[in-house]
Write a protein that binds this ligand. Structure first.
Ligand SMILES: *Cc1c(COP(=O)(O)O)cnc(C)c1O
Length: 364
């Protein structure tokens, strides 16, 4: 007899992160995981280092000071914040707490992969709603809500498409949802967005019983290695997550670094400004080579290749030979695309040049 996991587990295709190594290349430019090219705030590194003499101590299980620092920076109520080991952990805790076999977890067609993976881990059914123009479609999502829908995940802006729902579209989506559906707005890239019609999610959380906002320290704060995320939610949902999470789910070093990071507004502003400048520069540069750069509200850009999947694959391989690591989009159902994180100036100049060369080669 072999020991079997619960139904659905073996249907999961494990999440494959962006590549981080290029064998044989004499430089490596890592643009596959949406990491901050400026790294974390120096104050966050110092706070992390200061924890090294306390490694025998358990962390503060309530992340009290960190929640207070976040609440202060964002003008929120600390009691309604729950921290996690990355927002990935909060996604999986929400799914575990609110869905099970027979339930449905709804998301948008090209949404973040972790939503479907988390649904399968609890035996729930992932349901993808089609998009229009690589953007979440409010009517398409609402049309797929059933009595069995428990959660709706919306990345806003979305990774990997870079598109977002406006304030009015988000309100319409929320209004159309029955009370039994928890709307989870994954705002991992919120800090980068400059568009005036981009909605802040916190007011919607505060005005409803069924909205959660997720945020992360992995992107703008450059602390992906430490695994730190947080959610803002109604008191009843916070109570539920505090029951299902591990008692010490966030390390003390991550808490300390997070406190320093959230207080370093200058570093956040520098990261935002760097991204805006080089996202615009890079998108224009690749367009000159005939590659379509989709509009992006995040710290990455989706490139669509006129020659389709074969060309995208050839370009991915050619850039990798030069030590430039981009992200394949096959797992997201976008095989004719590659996703490029906005890196340093040097990274972006080298990548634009390599893409131009690769495309010229592929055409011959
Ligand atoms: C990167 C990302 C996350 C988060 O990650 P953690 O590192 O687990 O905090 C969450 N959602 C989206 C859409 C992302 O792109």
């Amino acid at each position: 007899m072999t020991i079997k996991p619960r139904p659905g587990i073996l249907d999961i295709a494990p999440y494959v992160g962006g590549e981080s190594k290029a064998a044989g290349a004499n430089r490596v430019i890592r643009l596959a995981s949406n990491e901050n090219p400026l790294g974390p705030s120096p104050a966050a590194i110092a706070a992390y280092e200061a924890e090294k003499n306390q490694l025998h101590r358990y962390p503060d299980g309530g992340a009290t000071e960190l929640r207070r620092a976040i609440a202060e920076a964002e003008s929120l109520d600390a009691a309604n914040i729950v921290c996690g080991a990355g927002s990935d952990e909060l996604i999986s805790l929400l799914v575990r707490a609110y869905a099970g076999p027979g339930d449905e977890v709804l998301y948008s067609e090209h949404g973040f992969l972790m939503y479907a993976i988390s649904a399968k881990t609890v035996g729930a059914t992932p349901v993808a709603a089609p998009e229009a123009n690589l953007t979440a479609d409010v009517d398409g999502l609402l049309a797929r809500v059933t009595e069995r829908t428990r959660l709706l995940f919306l990345a806003n802006p979305n990774n990997p498409t870079g598109s977002y729902l406006s304030e009015s579209a988000l309100r319409r989506l929320h209004k159309g949802l029955p009370d039994h559906v928890l709307l989870v707005i994954d705002a991992a890239y919120a800090e980068y967005v400059a568009a005036p019609d981009y909605p802040q999610s916190a007011p919607l959380v505060e005005a409803s019983d069924n909205v959660v906002m997720l945020r992360t320290f992995s992107k703008i704060h450059g602390l992906a290695a430490l695994r730190l995320g947080w959610g803002y939610m109604p008191p009843a949902v916070a109570d539920v997550l505090n029951r299902v999470r591990g008692p010490f789910n966030v390390s003390q070093a991550a808490q300390a670094a997070g406190i320093a990071a959230v207080r370093d507004r200058d570093h956040v502003a520098r990261s935002v400004a760097h991204n805006a400048k080089w996202l615009a520069w890079f998108s224009a540069a690749v367009a000159k080579s005939g590659i379509e750069a989709l509009p992006s509200a995040g710290n990455f850009v989706l490139l669509r290749f006129p020659g389709g999947k074969a060309q995208a694959e050839a370009v991915l391989a050619a850039t990798k030979r030069q030590g430039i690591l981009l992200r394949t989009m096959v797992g997201y159902g976008l095989p004719d695309c590659l996703r490029v994180t906005i890196g340093t100036e040097e990274d972006m100049r080298a990548t634009a040049e390599a893409l131009g060369d690769a495309l010229a080669e592929a055409v011959q």
